[in-house]
Design a protein around this ligand. Structure first.
Ligand code: COA
Length: 258
């Protein structure tokens, strides 16, 4: 098994990529295992937050280049199916119903930076280097591109994809790829604060907030958006969680999920 899973009493799941000798580069086995892991976490009602991190000095060095190189002996169809598995992994994380936090403990390159882009909140250690380095290897950040472009936009994608430049966390912060920078010593203390912020949110509302964003950006007009957003708020304010949250505030007590 190339990853570790720890779930604490609060329902915070820590998924740790665990191939430190290869900087947590992912091969087909790790991809399949992670898909399975994230799918299970998505349907487990006890899980409130998922933290993704890496063991050793890197977060993730992207695709395992030994494995990628071997794909030369595979047919085009086999290559397509394989790329499809990778796309599934990014999709499962990107659309995960629980808040996902990337704890970027070190380098996040290629697909590793793609994993970062798929998480809802990113806290990175100040020494971490990130980059969409694929073109430096004659490859492309193809499968990760929809998720990365959604996060950083076309301008920053052009500026980084086409050169394969490695950049520091300050630039990543400016790009919107990283939300917070921490020192190595304070990383877990700062992470705890973020986890606690997400734990304050009503679980269903938090999950629906992600759906709301994904749907609103797809709407072609304000009119279309209005219909959707009015429907959403009408449903949630009359639902159990909405009623409980409002009652708790008015009655000066804690909401049931706290
Ligand atoms: N796939 C396979 N092996 C990898 C790898 C990857 N993506 N990234 C690193 N490794 C291997 C190295 O080949 C090396 O193997 P060795 O011990 O047999 O020589 C080992 O991991 C240690 O790497 P090294 O480069 O010596 O460590 P470092 O601490 O100096 O640098 C990185 C770490 C992650 C910054 C550096 O390895 C790197 O830049 N890797 C390439 C990342 C990349 O471009 N990924 C995009 C893939 S599309």
């Amino acid at each position: 098994m190339y990853y570790k899973l720890h779930i604490d009493k609060r329902g915070v799941a820590f998924v740790t990529l665990d191939r430190p000798e290869l900087h947590n580069a992912f091969n087909d086995e790790l991809i399949s295992d992670l898909i399975e892991c994230f799918k299970k976490l998505s349907t487990n009602e006890l899980i409130r937050v998922v933290v993704l991190t890496g063991s050793g000095k890197s977060f993730c060095a992207g695709a395992d280049l030994n494995w990628m190189k071997r794909m030369k002996d595979y047919s085009y169809e086999e290559n397509l199916a394989d790329a499809g598995k990778l796309a599934e992994l990014f999709t499962v994380i990107n659309s995960h119903p629980k808040p996902t936090i990337a704890r970027v403990n070190g380098a996040a390159l290629g697909g590793g930076a793609g994993l970062v882009a798929c998480c809802d909140y990113v806290i990175a250690v100040d020494t971490a280097m990130l980059g969409f380095t694929e073109v430096r290897l004659g490859l492309l950040p193809a499968v990760i591109s929809p998720f990365v472009i959604a996060k950083i936009g076309e301008s920053q994608a052009r500026a980084t994809f086409m050169s394969g430049v490695r950049f520091n966390v300050n630039r990543a912060l400016m790009m919107g790829l990283v939300h917070q920078i921490s020192s190595f010593d304070k990383l877990d203390e700062d992470l705890e604060v973020i986890i606690n912020e997400f734990l304050q949110a009503a679980p269903v509302a938090s999950s629906l907030a992600k759906v709301l964003i994904a749907e609103v950006v797809k709407k072609k007009s304000l009119e279309e958006a209005k219909n959707y957003t009015c429907e959403m708020i009408s449903k949630v304010r009359t639902a159990v969680e909405g009623q409980e949250g409002m009652s708790a505030l008015l009655e000066k007590r804690k909401a049931s999920w706290l």
